[in-house]
Design a protein around this ligand. Sequence first.
Ligand code: ADP
Ligand code: MG
Ligand code: ZN
Length: 480
Amino acid sequence: MPYEQYETVIGLETHVELATKTKLFCGCSTEFGGKPNSHTCPVCTGMPGSLPVLNRQALKYAIAVGLATHCEITRHSKFDRKNYFYPDNPQNYQISQLYLPICRNGWVEISTPSGKKKIGIHEIHMEEDAGKLIHDEWTDSSLVDYNRSGVPLIEIVSEPDMRSGEEVTAYLEKLRLILSYLGASDCKLEEGSMRADVNISVRPAGSSLFGTRCEMKNINSFKAIERCIRGEAERQIERIEEDKKEVVQETRRWDDNKESSKAMRSKEDAKDYRYFPDPDLVPIDVSDELLAEIKEEQPEFQEEKAVRYKEEYGLPDGDIRVLTSDKRLAEIFEETAKLSGLPKKASNWLIVETQQLMKEKNEEPKDLHFSPEHLAVLIKMADENKVSSGAARQIFNAVYENDCDPEAYAKEKGLLIVHDEGALRAAAEKAIDSNPKAAADYRAGKEKAIGALVGFVMKELHGKADPGQAGQLLAGLLKN
Ligand code: ADP
Ligand code: MG
Ligand code: ZN
């Protein structure tokens, strides 16, 4: 069968580090980095006799993510031990949720060039992260850092509903948007706070049966995910078509430099881990009050914002997409629009100049530190012709950089437009005297000739005149 007649089926297991200040079962800091093993205690290093206590904020984040992804919240859930030995796992078991995950049966909607599509969420469960092994080839030894041990994670398990790298990217972007709107995680694929295991299988297009899947690990960028999906689908099809063999269910490690994968281990089952309910932790009962509190705290998400922006501000779709792509950017916009009363202009400054400066400085919306008040003042100054558009951009650079007061800055740098009729008239008269040809041309009916005279006035006043006003004044003078 030709390769194009195969369809790729993809399901994701996405681990996300939650943005709590402390770990899942102890009070140690979750801060990234730090001296190795400095954020540890008897609980997160698995000392006998130590007892875990659930972090309330981690539970709240997990439920908030579940609500945002249309999941059912499991009102009575619990933790289970997943038993395995590995040096980065000091207890010899990981505390996770197998039987009663906190959230189940949800979905998110993705948008790709081929349209909108719902991707099912099988479940979201809470679990603890492992430590980090550092293999030192120089001394031929391995070291372990338990700072990450016990950091709260949620694992978001999708249904096998995706069919291409494009859909997977859209799905992860969607999760990232939801999580960042919630402030539940910073979702950095590159730094490991969001990690996706990608399950891939192939089947003849149109078939209703699933093929055998492989789970791909070690993928840490969006580009790598797309390459990995293409590479693995090809490997599986080749195996079926050329080697006439079946795909073996296994876990494989993707090497993005070589663009190929290697088998790591055969697929292990739940029974291999001898899961059992963790006897050190009480079951979790989510009260009506807690659930109501979390619902109350849910932010307005991107889709709702987009609809409101259209109705309330009448902005073009392109503007709305950029402004709502980040909660902080959206907040700055809303505040600036309110203070200036000029939403479209506020949008322009944020999607043109701000984006450009962010790109130049390699910054993200969370790095923005100018106040909406100052941007609003600047917008009004430009709107009321107090500064030229070039000067406004110059002032904005300063506002972006130091959040300075645009009025004081414009005064200090002499950027305010001269509205003084006397000065303008003097400059206009001088323009006519010094450019007799242009003046004569204009009088003879060549309207364009006024441009040279306006240019002269602008130059005379060091760019601080309003060209429209100068033009009117010149036209009046030339009539006489
Ligand atoms: P396990 O618990 O053994 O890991 P699951 O049924 O929970 O297996 O599935 C794990 C992940 O694999 C899920 O994200 C799911 O969507 C995905 N998946 C399951 N079957 C397939 C398949 N045939 N092809 C691709 N992905 C699959
Ligand atoms: Mg699994
Ligand atoms: Zn600890």
